[in-house]
Design a binder for this molecule. Structure first.
Ligand code: PLP
Length: 427
């Protein structure tokens, strides 16, 4: 496979853009080699600048649940663009998307749209602090909630990949308000609340962790968080930027039947355009400007193109059988590559929920960030490279999820499992 054009573009990019990438997770730093530059994408496939094709399991890190360039979504965006691309004034489209979101997420009694997941979590934290009059927040080691200052403490995703627990540039005076606990460890959470509970504005959690690889909540974990936060009058924030409309139409809160005070969404609800949203209990959301004093704004918030892509995506996702089909194919992939590893004698621990999965290169059960880090990242790098060379594009890091779309076919899955078997044989 020749990647000459990608290599040239990477050279040029590095002269203009830090590390040649506009988001660190796109770098191939953790797996060696140089990133492929994408020229176009359709369905389950991406094409690089040299014309090579790959089955795509990154899917823009989650948004493209319908696959790339879905004809209905493309048609809707085309129609919308001729009406202008931004007005800075309210539109009917925003009301329609908010209505669809609220139907799926009844706990979001009021919804505010923003332009990224980072904005959603950052604003939800500000609101929680404003509402409770408290400064302290609690998050989990290895959970990623975007790159707002308060949340870049022991964070997952690119920080896990690069091995930087906390970011320079975050004032110590601010970071000291962020407490952390190991994921899935209720007794640690309980202890922290016993000590600081009356100062804690909110606890923010990915109800299924997907930014240190995919880690499922243990039985009773989310319920425990609900009970503890309620006891101390702290707000429970579900960051469903990945899980929303992914693990079920109504996200983790539908799947596990636990309702947070505030929810953050992003990724899928923008259909591949920049979007985020946060919402929750009316009395809390009413503290936001212009109803209340907690300030939050955005020039492009509720952008008509992004909202159009979101509406169309949710419309297609609400058709019967969509999630069942995704579940079947995801299960086939997840068991397929785990079996292939076993046959080849490679130690792995596979996790999956709905169309979200990770194959950890470890013989330990992965339940939190510490156990995720027992993974052999060099083995993952070998696997990643061997898959790439066979036309399968996985996340260039052990500590990320693999995503499936409705465009992935049974033949795609079969090809991927075969490629995985070949890759394991070489290891
Ligand atoms: C991607 C992600 C974010 C940040 O969203 P951006 O749109 O990249 O700012 C926040 N939380 C979670 C759980 C995410 O996966």
């Amino acid at each position: 496979m020749k990647r000459k054009r990608s290599e040239q573009l990477f050279e040029q990019a590095q002269r203009l853009i830090p590390g040649g990438v506009n988001s660190p997770v796109r770098a191939f730093k953790a797996v060696g080699g140089r990133p492929i530059f994408v020229a176009k994408a359709r369905g389950s496939k991406i094409w690089d600048a040299d014309g090579n094709t790959y089955l795509d399991y990154v899917l823009s890190w989650g948004p493209m649940i319908l696959g790339h360039a879905h004809p209905h979504v493309v048609r809707a965006i085309r129609a919308a663009v001729s009406n202008g691309t931004s007005y800075g004034a309210p539109t009917e489209l925003e009301v329609r998307l908010a209505g669809r979101i609220q139907k799926a997420f009844p706990s979001m009694e009021l919804i505010r749209m923003v332009s990224s997941g980072t904005e959603a979590t950052m604003s939800a934290i500000r609101l929680a602090r404003g509402f409770t009059g408290r400064d302290t927040i609690l998050k989990f080691d290895g959970c990623y909630h975007g790159h707002a200052d308060s949340l870049l403490v022991k964070a997952g995703s690119g920080l896990a990949t690069l091995g930087v627990p906390d970011s320079p540039g975050v004032p110590a005076d601010l970071a000291k308000h962020t407490l952390t606990a190991p994921y899935n460890d209720l007794s640690a959470v309980r202890k922290i609340f016993e000590l600081h509970g009356r100062k804690i504005a909110c606890l923010i959690v990915e109800p299924v962790a997907a930014n240190m690889g995919v880690i499922l909540p243990k039985e009773g974990f989310l319920q425990g968080l609900r009970d503890i936060t309620r006891h101390y009058d702290s707000l429970l924030i579900f960051d469903e930027v990945i899980t929303g409309f992914r693990i079920a139409f109504g996200g983790a809160q539908e799947r596990f039947g636990i309702l947070p005070d505030l929810t953050c969404l992003g990724k899928i609800i923008g259909g591949g355009l920049p979007v985020g949203a946060y919402g929750g209990r009316r009395e809390i959301m009413e503290r936001i400007a212009p109803l209340g004093p907690v300030y939050q704004a955005g020039t492009l918030s509720g952008n008509p193109l992004a909202v159009t892509a979101g509406i169309e995506t949710l419309k297609l996702l609400s058709r019967p059988g969509v999630y069942r089909k995704l579940e079947e194919r995801s299960k086939a992939l997840s068991t397929g590559w785990a079996d292939a590893a076993k046959k080849a004698g490679v130690a792995v621990f596979g996790t999956r929920i709905a169309s979200l999965m990770t194959l950890f290169f470890t013989n330990r059960a992965v339940t939190d960030y510490a156990t995720a880090k027992t993974s052999d990242t060099k083995a993952y790098a070998k696997f990643f490279t061997a898959m790439l060379d066979q036309g399968v594009y996985l996340a260039p890091s052990q500590f990320e999820a693999a995503f499936l779309s409705t465009a992935h076919t049974d033949a795609d899955i079969e090809k991927t499992v075969k490629a995985a078997y070949n890759a394991f044989q070489k290891m």
